[in-house]
Design a protein around this ligand. Structure first.
Ligand SMILES: [Cu+2]
Length: 182
């Protein structure tokens, strides 16, 4: 319970029509108010944000919403390297998927195919861009549905800079980028 039960003596006042009605109505209004606040919180867009790890700036990690658990989900972000030494995204870990791979894409005839890559280079003074149709993080056999507006927590592991926990904002199933999936 979020609020106390009426005091033990309240049974007496319930016998009187006018006063018995009020506490009950008040608590119902209060539940409606709390429900409204919760709904407003859930309706807030999943803000994709930036993270700093040493010389790396990780911008707006996001994933596409999925229909159900047990499927695959694509994860995207941009890593900028402000330093003078190259780095490399070597793996991604998350309880949200049974396994996670780094994928590249290439054309096989007229079909775009994905293939695992060993890591994603982040050149000194440059950036690695993981985006739909290109390099991406592949969440395989997801342990839950990725619901638009929610977040998926994951750990990015870099060869030089180390590891950082980030939250992938869940965007619409067909979104092309973070923050503007409709
Ligand atoms: Cu893939």
């Amino acid at each position: 319970m979020l609020w106390p039960e009426p005091a033990a003596g309240a049974g007496d006042s319930r016998a009187r029509p006018g006063s018995a009605f009020l506490p009950e109505r008040f608590s119902r209004m209060r539940s409606l108010l709390i429900a409204g606040v919760l709904a407003a919180c859930l309706a807030l867009p999943a803000a994709a944000r930036d993270y700093t790890l040493g010389e790396l700036v990780i911008s707006q990690p996001w994933v596409r919403a999925t229909a159900a658990a047990g499927g695959t989900g694509g994860g995207y972000l941009v890593v900028r390297n402000r330093g003078s030494l190259p780095d490399r995204l070597v793996r991604v870990e998350s309880p949200a998927a049974a396994s996670i791979e780094l994928h590249g894409t290439r054309m096989e005839g007229s079909v775009m195919q994905m293939h695992p890559v060993e890591g994603v280079a982040v050149p000194a003074g440059g950036e690695a861009r993981l985006a739909p149709g290109g390099l991406h993080i592949m969440f395989l056999n997801t342990t839950r549905r990725f619901v638009q507006g929610e977040h998926v927590a994951a750990r990015l592991v870099f060869e030089r800079a180390g590891a950082i926990e980030v939250e992938f904002a869940v965007e619409a199933p067909g979104a092309r980028g973070p923050g503007h999936g409709h």
